[in-house]
Design a protein around this ligand. Structure first.
Ligand code: HEM
Length: 312
């Protein structure tokens, strides 16, 4: 059999037999082209929904059926730490842990974590509902719907996104198992906002809290203790890519961020923010740490998570 007649499965089986699987061998990019899921860099759409699930599928075959279904939905698919271990014998992304409790968090277990996270980004809430419709083999753990306010402002009235890196460096590095190359770590936080109290502050006081002008978004110089100055890392490589979706039902914010390492990205920023003035107006109660799987290669039978399943 020459190399061209090898199926991808046979190719992987051959690697596995030789002790070389996509999940534990560094592969040069030329051998394994890298694909990304489009929902990571996509700008914030009018409607969004994030939903975390428990996987009730028991076998790898059932898990593959779940992954094929969610791939066909066009949602962004991410895995949580609880999917790994003995359940399916899959090897986890190196830096995937369970979201810890940070200072000021009042976490409610039923709003935290999940084996799988689906994120729907769409034009209308009805499309979000379609994309997040029930999937056999998954049970819903929690779901939050978000929407876009005019001018991409959050519920506090400030513009979102100005401090995002122009060229996000969020994709998992070469030190991850090769089957995860092209993926990224996704942190989701569900945060209630103390609206009436916030609205009682003068615009000047609110601007001092964030370190930016409310109307223009322009940064205020010399506000070293502001949200933006505390949140900003010293090194460009630790910058996170943030997306914010105000809750549809009550004052709150779905905070989503992407990075190549959740510890030096989100967690480090969160610790720098501990004790900030903004903290008085925030109540983080849910969310989780997830890993967005690499994208599909465009061929008919590819599905999200295929390399993860086939190579472990
Ligand atoms: C509901 C809670 C939050 C609100 C309302 C909020 C709001 C804002 C606003 C208005 C800005 C300035 C505009 C922009 O750059 O997007 C900003 C910047 C930023 N925020 Fe937040 N934020 C929240 C939570 C967080 C959390 C939990 C983190 C990370 C742990 C974070 C990290 C950052 C970073 C890194 C920047 C950019 C700083 C820079 O300019 O370099 N934020 N946030």
């Amino acid at each position: 059999m020459d190399a061209h007649s090898l199926t991808r499965r046979a190719f992987l089986a051959g690697l596995a037999a030789a002790g070389l699987t996509a999940c534990d061998t560094p592969q040069p990019a030329a051998v394994a082209p890298v694909h990304h899921q489009p929902g990571v860099l996509a700008p914030s759409p009018p409607a969004a929904g994030v939903a975390a699930y428990g996987v009730t599928a028991r076998t790898r075959t059932e898990l593959i059926a779940v992954l094929r279904t969610v791939t066909s939905r066009g949602v962004t698919v991410a895995v949580g730490a609880s999917l790994f271990g003995d359940r399916f014998g899959l090897r986890a992304p190196r830096r995937l842990t369970t979201m810890p409790k940070f200072a000021g968090d009042v976490l409610e277990e039923q709003w935290c974590h999940g084996d799988l996270l689906l994120q729907a980004l769409a034009d209308t809430p009805a499309q979000v509902d379609l994309q997040l419709a029930d999937v056999p083999g998954l049970t819903l753990r929690w779901r939050m719907n978000g929407h876009q306010l005019p001018e991409e402002r959050n519920a506090f009235g400030f513009k979102e996104g100005a401090g995002n890196p122009a060229t996000p460096q969020v994709w998992a590095g070469d030190d991850e198992p090769a089957c995860y190359r092209g993926g990224t770590y996704q942190v989701v936080r569900l945060i209630k906002l103390a609206m009436p109290t916030w609205d009682h502050k003068s615009t000047e006081d609110q601007e001092r809290v964030f370190g930016r002008r409310k109307e223009s978004g322009e940064e205020l110089p010399a506000m070293l203790d502001s949200h933006v100055r505390r949140a900003r890392p010293a090194e460009e490589k630790h910058k996170i890519l943030r997306r914010g979706y105000p809750f549809v039902t009550e004052p709150g914010q779905i905070f989503v961020c992407y990075q190549r390492d959740p510890e030096t990205g989100f967690a480090a920023a969160q610790r720098r923010l501990a004790g900030e003035e903004l903290e008085k107006y925030l109540l983080p109660f849910g969310g989780g740490y997830f890993f967005v799987l690499p994208g599909v290669d465009g061929s008919k039978d590819d599905y999200l998570g295929r390399a993860m399943v086939e190579s472990s």
